[in-house]
Ligand binder design. Structure first.
Ligand code: SF4
Ligand code: SF4
Length: 186
């Protein structure tokens, strides 16, 4: 599949983060097991194996032109199957964080989605679909999304699958704090 052209002047970001990912995958022997194991590989413009090759070659521009790491659903199959035991899911997350911290335009919607999803879980103990969508739409400043998803929302509400009332709150603040400490560890 072709890599889309560079349209984003903020490419590439976060050299330190990329260096951290390079250290995570430096023992990669390009066997391709990660690509063969990934359930989302067919939708990725670069296979995971190719992505790690570009990381090792320090090709930040090509890496952040790709949407591969945004399609990682954190299933951990690649991590479990990599014969070198590399932390590949964590490396995908690190690339997502680099794109987020670099405030790259092309990833704005994806990072807003992740951020609002996690904020909803942090606030409610689980995702509150209605509040999450409203915050997400406000974050990406695209009211057309509201129209696009209105019919589905009404269908779900009619079936009782979209609770409109407030859910009991169970804060996961301590868990999120610990995750941030681990992520920010050198
Ligand atoms: S499975 Fe591991 S060693 Fe094989 S290509 Fe993927 S990252 Fe490299
Ligand atoms: S953790 Fe991500 S990259 Fe690895 S196999 Fe699952 S979806 Fe693919």
């Amino acid at each position: 599949m072709n890599v889309p052209p560079v349209m984003d002047s903020s490419l590439p970001p976060a050299g330190a983060e990329l260096e951290r990912v390079r250290r995570m995958v430096q023992a990669c022997m390009q066997c391709g097991t990660c690509s063969g194991s990934c359930p989302n590989a067919a939708a990725m413009d670069l296979t995971p194996r190719r992505l790690w090759r570009l990381v090792l070659l320090d090709r930040g521009e090509e890496i952040f032109r790709s949407r591969t790491f945004t399609l990682c659903s954190a299933c951990y199959r690649c991590t479990l199957r990599c014969p070198r035991g590399l932390p590949l899911t964590e490396a995908m997350h690190a690339l997502q964080r680099a794109a987020h911290r670099g405030r790259m335009r092309r990833y704005r919607a994806v990072t807003a989605f992740h951020h609002q999803f996690l904020e909803s879980v942090r606030r409610n103990g689980r995702v509150n679909e209605m509040a999450f969508m409203m915050h997400y739409i406000a974050a990406v400043k695209n009211p057309l999304l509201l129209l696009r998803h209105a019919a589905l929302g009404l269908q779900l509400a009619a079936r009782g699958s979209l609770p409109l009332g407030r859910r009991p709150s169970r804060s996961l603040e301590a868990l999120f704090r610990r995750a941030a400490e681990v992520e920010n560890a050198p």
